[in-house]
Write a protein that binds this ligand. Structure first.
Ligand code: ADP
Ligand code: MG
Length: 371
């Protein structure tokens, strides 16, 4: 065939479309886990237990004590674009849940064996459902099926087995099981810092003691000490600032206050000059979503430049809340990137606040030495 001859255009099969889409959302066990943790938090859970086998490639299981899923919803649970969180386009600008696209569970059912056990408070027993390519199936025969009654606590347990069993290229792109496991621990650690009221536990399947465990109803400094260690926790500085200097930060986003779509609050815990690490540990949550922002990272690193020796880096946890109307979360399927209004100005205000706090601290330290 000569290259000047156009080839016929045909429609991709739905199954292929769904597999391609799944690949965009689920890159590796840790990205699947991020979606599952967000679902558990959306469901109001106060306890989240993760169990991992072979770096999550063999088994990744997450058990929560949230609201559960109604039995009637189970048949469409793993179809693409089925969600309880979004109905209209304008809802998108008010979104306060992590999820909204209804794609996570669907994606998992296309690249792994997915099983859900769930019980709502009003259910008399739990219900179990297995999914393959978006469809509720009998786990043994693979035929379309119905939820099965079983024993279980209030809440939801989701199990993903044999991740990427049917997408060999993706499977071979994964690193070692220990590398994948450390990424899993990293995701849980970060969500545990941001949600100190929620208890997180992570263990390897078959291991008697958990590798990571946090209590419920804790607070941020305690969580940082527990998960990042005393050497960081003892050198922490803290501030909370907002778009409106004059009002208390807590009031800036108060619903009774005059409506300001540009209102924001930033709360940060970050190390002083006594702490010097090789790598910048930067945890960024925008509207409770774990995101990445190379631009903010650079700005905050620069704020430390005058205070830390060359080549050493701080720890920083920043939680930024912005009026949802000023944030676009729908930039990327993984929601890893968000765009928001006044990004540069807000970054600069926070960087200034970091510098001020660092300067104050190093000043008082110099004073201590003198006396
Ligand atoms: P999204 O989170 O974008 O809605 P998902 O595919 O992640 O899409 O989940 C689909 C739906 O399944 C959610 O909207 C929610 O109603 C339900 N769901 C998923 N996980 C849980 C959970 N752990 N507890 C309760 N409901 C859940
Ligand atoms: Mg979700």
């Amino acid at each position: 065939t000569s290259s000047s001859e156009p080839k016929a255009i045909h429609r991709l099969s739905e199954n292929l479309i769904n597999k391609i889409a799944a690949g965009e959302i689920i890159h590796r066990p840790a990205s699947a886990l991020k979606e599952l943790i967000e679902n558990s938090l959306d469901a109001g859970s106060t306890s989240i237990k993760v169990s991992v086998k072979d770096g999550g490639m063999k088994v990744l299981q997450i058990q929560d004590n949230g609201c559960g899923i109604r039995k009637a919803d189970l048949p469409i649970l793993a179809e693409r674009f089925t969600t309880s969180k979004l109905s209209t386009f304008s809802d998108l600008s008010r979104i306060t849940t992590y999820g909204f696209r209804g794609e996570a569970l669907a994606s998992m059912s296309h690249v792994a064996h997915l099983t859900v056990i769930t019980k709502t408070k009003s259910d008399t027993c739990a219900w179990k459902a297995s999914y393959s390519d978006g469809i509720l199936v009998d786990a043994k025969t693979g035929q379309k099926s119905e939820p099965r009654p079983c024993a279980g606590n209030d809440g939801t347990t989701i199990t993903i087995e044999d991740l990427f069993y049917n997408t060999p290229t993706r499977l071979s792109a994964l690193r070692s099981t220990s590398e994948e496991y450390s990424r899993i621990l990293d995701v849980i650690t970060k969500y545990a810092i941001h949600n100190p009221k929620v208890s997180f536990v992570c263990k390897k399947a078959g291991s008697p003691s958990p590798e990571l465990s946090t209590p419920s109803s804790s607070d941020t400094p305690t969580a940082i000490r527990l998960l990042y260690g005393h050497s960081i926790a003892k050198e922490l500085l803290h501030f909370k600032i907002s778009s409106n200097e004059k009002r208390r930060a807590e009031d800036a986003m108060d619903e009774d206050e005059p409506d300001d779509p540009e209102a924001w609050i930033a709360e940060a815990h970050f190390t002083n000059a006594n702490y010097q690490a090789k790598k910048f540990i930067f945890l960024l949550f925008i509207n409770h979503r774990l995101v990445e922002s190379p631009r903010m990272k650079r700005a905050f690193e620069a704020a430390y430049q005058s205070i830390l020796p060359k080549g050493s880096s701080p720890f920083m946890y920043l939680s930024l809340q912005i009026d949802p109307r000023s944030v676009d979360v729908n930039v990327h399927p993984t929601k890893r990137e968000v765009h928001f209004l006044n990004e540069e100005a807000i970054t600069e205000r926070i960087a200034d606040a970091i510098q001020e706090n660092l300067a104050k601290q190093s000043h008082s330290r110099a004073f201590e030495y003198q006396t």
